[in-house]
Design a protein around this ligand. Structure first.
Ligand SMILES: [Zn+2]
Length: 424
């Protein structure tokens, strides 16, 4: 929460301008599956195709991954944009070059947000696969080092299936070519790189960081024994071991030795993928398609802006208020406005808007949850432990919808009582 707040304040200080709303005649559809929801402006056929592709990657990950879960108790939203001009409004940020972004993933306590621009590449599913792997990893190894995240995301970006077979780790030609003409950076730098590393630029998916992360993962995955150890590496990371130490203990070689192996691997230049055969054929994902009305499109896009740091407050609010202008009783839009107020530190306005959201949808678990967490945050010092427990347990534990709803109500009640006690 604090991190999000810091970023929010930063974008306020920079005074980034609000942008245009989506065009009046833009057609959007909503596609619901059991595990994720797509909001898309590319038409039913193409959206369903993407939805089926994601479903197949999910089936493959379910069937092959070392005890890692592909299901999140939080909702997962995948936004599909038709072209660059429609997409760029939602990607502008302090450190990003929007013209180069094909997709992004933003995880939050409120949901998982993935967005892609299908026109960025001839193979849009590659972008979806890349972002889906981020989502999957974030679900299981939230502190996964960047190299393994980007490496796996690129590794799975070429995923294909046929009947019962899945091919994983097919060549990413751009990376192989890049590696042929460039020296590797020191492995220690790669293993320890974080978002502030000079090597890492999320907008630039070709070049040094992505190519080397991809080949590092490719090397490890190409050998069955090494591949089998990936789960132990993640366990060590989850136990808060450092990236280099965890690496060395897992695979038994030092970063320098890894470097030598990789250099030989690149020099050899034969990148074989592996093939998994499953018991059943890959199936299409059952999905329900619903057209979205204008206010829902505005709300969903505003909600996306409210969750992709650095948060673009002006633009997010512009979208949400425009949605409410059409339908004042759209409780979910009020709730996201409250969420933004809270990020900005305006607790009173947040409470007002959460109350308004509840007045239009008192059974809405998300509003109760957001409101409850916001109230609890106001007493953070005295309630730090309790707050952290809720913050950890609530979004991560696999509960049923009913249990979640119940818990949300309790949380709001508790926070309200604390508030009353506090002000007395
Ligand atoms: Zn990525």
């Amino acid at each position: 929460m604090r991190r999000v707040l810091a970023i929010a304040v930063l974008s306020l200080l920079l005074g980034l301008p609000p942008w245009a709303l989506p065009k009046q005649n833009d057609r959007w559809i909503r596609v619901d599956t059991d595990h994720f929801t797509l909001f898309s402006s590319v038409g039913v056929r193409d959206t369903k195709r993407l939805s089926n592709q994601i479903g197949k990657l999910k089936q493959a990950l379910d069937g092959s991954s070392v005890g890692m879960k592909t299901h999140s108790p939080l909702p997962t939203y995948i936004y599909v944009f038709r072209n660059k001009s429609a997409f760029r409004e939602y990607t502008i940020g302090v450190n990003q070059k929007p013209e180069n972004i094909a997709g992004f993933f933003a995880g939050s306590d409120d949901g998982n947000y993935v967005a892609i621009n299908v026109s960025a590449t001839a193979r849009p599913e590659g972008v979806v696969f890349h972002e889906y792997v981020h989502y999957w990893l974030d679900n299981n190894v939230p502190a996964a080092p960047l190299w393994v995240g980007e490496g796996l995301a690129e590794y799975y970006s070429t995923f294909t299936t046929r009947e019962k077979r899945a091919d994983i780790g097919r060549l990413v030609l751009a990376h192989a070519e890049w590696l042929r003409g460039h020296a590797l950076i020191p492995m220690v730098d790669l293993l320890t790189a974080d978002a502030s590393s000079p090597y890492y630029h999320e907008e630039d998916r070709v070049g040094l960081f992505y190519a080397q992360s991809w080949v590092a993962v490719h090397f490890l995955m190409s050998d069955e024994e090494n591949r089998g150890k990936l789960g132990s590496y993640f366990q060590r990371i989850n136990a808060r071991q450092g990236s280099v130490e965890a690496f060395q203990e897992t695979w038994g070689f030092s970063p320098e030795q890894f470097q030598e192996k990789l250099e030989a691997y690149v020099a050899k230049g034969s990148y074989s993928h592996f093939r998994l055969t499953f018991e059943r054929e890959f199936e299409d994902t059952p999905a329900t398609v619903t057209p979205m009305d204008r206010e829902t499109v505005l709300f969903r896009l505003g909600d996306l802006l409210a969750h992709n740091p650095p948060i673009q407050f002006a633009s997010a609010e512009e979208h949400l208020l425009a949605a409410l202008e059409i339908d004042e009783e759209l409780g979910a839009a009020w709730a996201t406005l409250g969420y933004l107020d809270q990020l900005r530190g305006d607790d009173e306005k947040a409470a007002e808007r959460f109350e308004k959201a509840l007045s239009f949808g008192e059974n809405d678990a998300r509003t109760h949850r957001l409101y409850g967490l916001s109230l609890l945050e106001r007493f953070e010092d005295s309630l730090k432990t309790g707050f952290e427990t809720f913050d950890l347990v609530l979004p991560r534990s696999p509960r049923s919808q009913d249990q979640n709803r119940e818990l949300s109500f309790l949380l709001t009640k508790l926070a309200n009582q604390l508030q009353t006690g506090h002000s007395r």
